[in-house]
Design a protein around this ligand. Sequence first.
Ligand SMILES: Nc1ncnc2c1ncn2[C@@H]1O[C@H](COP(=O)(O)OP(=O)(O)OP(=O)(O)O)[C@@H](O)[C@H]1O
Length: 378
Amino acid sequence: MGLISKLFGSDAAKTLNETQQTLFEQHVGQLLFPLFEQTLIKTKAIENIHFEKGRLSFDLIWPFAAKQLHAQLNQAIEQAVAKIPEVTQLSIQPITRIQAYQTQPSVAALPGIKNIIAVASGKGGVGKSTTSVNLALALQNQGASVGILDADIYGPSIPTLLKLSGKPQTTDGKSMEPMESYGLQAMSIGCLIEEDTPMIWRGPIVTQTLTQLLKETRWQALDFLIIDLPPGTGDVQLTLAQQIPVTGAVIVTTPQDLALIDAKKAIKMFEKVNIPVLGLVENMSTHICSQCGHEEAIFGDAGGLKLAQDYNIDVLGQLPLNIDIRLQADAGCPTVAHDPTSELAQRYITIAHKLGAQLAQQRKNYSHAFPNIVVQNS
Ligand SMILES: Nc1ncnc2c1ncn2[C@@H]1O[C@H](COP(=O)(O)OP(=O)(O)OP(=O)(O)O)[C@@H](O)[C@H]1O
C-alpha cells in the first residue's frame, strides 16, 4: 500500500497510480496553509480524494476560518497538481472544520459550544466591546459559526452594537434562545432588562447572572463563543477561570501608558488562572486626520507592541482611531457587518485569521499546562 493510500484512504490508491501518488504527496501534501506552518499532510487536510478520467477532486479541510485565503492555497495546489501526469482537471472543495480545543481539565465543556474566547482589557473604554463584536463578525465572515456573550453585566453594550431588540424567546420556560443579529448568536443582560435600569448588584449575583446567561442560553453549534468581558480583573474574570471552559483570551489595549499598566494586570491574571493569552490587539494605535490624512500616534507610539514583546504574546493586529469605527458601532452596524471589504474591516478579518491559525497551531492538549485551579473567593 502506497503512502498516499495510508494518508488519504484507499480510494486514492485505487484511482491514482504509484507515480501520481508520490508526486501528489511531494508537491501537494507538502504545501503549507497560509499563516500556519504545517503541511497539508501533517494536518490531514485532504479527504475524499478521487481521480477519474483526468479529473482529480478532493476536500480540503481548513482548520481555521479563513475563506479569504482559500484562493491563495488553491492556486498553489493548482501549480503543484500541474506536475502530476495525466491530471487535466482539478476540483477542490474547501471545508472549514474547527475543532474543540482543550480547556481547563476540571471544567466541563458546554453544549453547543466548541471554543470560548474571552476578550479582555485592563482599562475601560479602550474599545474592547467594539473589538469583540468585530472579531466575532470577522470569524463568522470567514466561515466559522460564532456567538457573542456580553459579560459586562453593569454596562452591557452588545445590544446597541448589534442593534438587538425584543426579548429572548423561551420554548421550555427554563432556557433562552439566543438573540440573532448579522448571523451571530448573541446574549446580553441588556436583552433582559430595560435600557435605563441600573444594575445595582453585588459580586456574587453578578457572577451567578453571568454563568446563568452562558449556561441557560441554547447556543447552537458554535465554533466560537466570544465573551466580551467587563474591564478589570475582578469577580467575573475569576468566575471564568473557575467555572467556564475558556480556550484562550485576547487582550485589547490602547498604546497609552495608563491602559498598558492595566493590560499587564489582565495578562498576569490570565497567567495565574492558566488561561492562555492568544494575542493582543492594539486599538486606537494612530489617528488619521479625516481632513488632511496626517497620521499621528496620539496615545503613544507602539506601546501595545512593546507590551506584547515583553510578555512574549502575539500581536494579532492594530486598529487606528477612526471615526467610521465609532459611527458604525454607534449605529448598530459594526465595521465588518457594514462593509467586510473595507480597509478597516480587513484589519479585523486579519485578526480573525491570526487568532484562528494560532489556535489551530496549538491544537495539542493544553491539559498539562492546567493544574487544578484553586482560586480563593474573598
Ligand atoms: N478604533 C476605534 N476608532 C474610533 N472609535 C473607537 C475605536 N474603538 C472603539 N471606539 C469607540 O470608543 C468607545 C469605547 O469603545 P468600547 O465601548 O468598545 O470600549 P470598551 O473597552 O468595551 O469600554 P467598557 O468596557 O469600559 O464599556 C466607543 O464609542 C467606540 O465606538
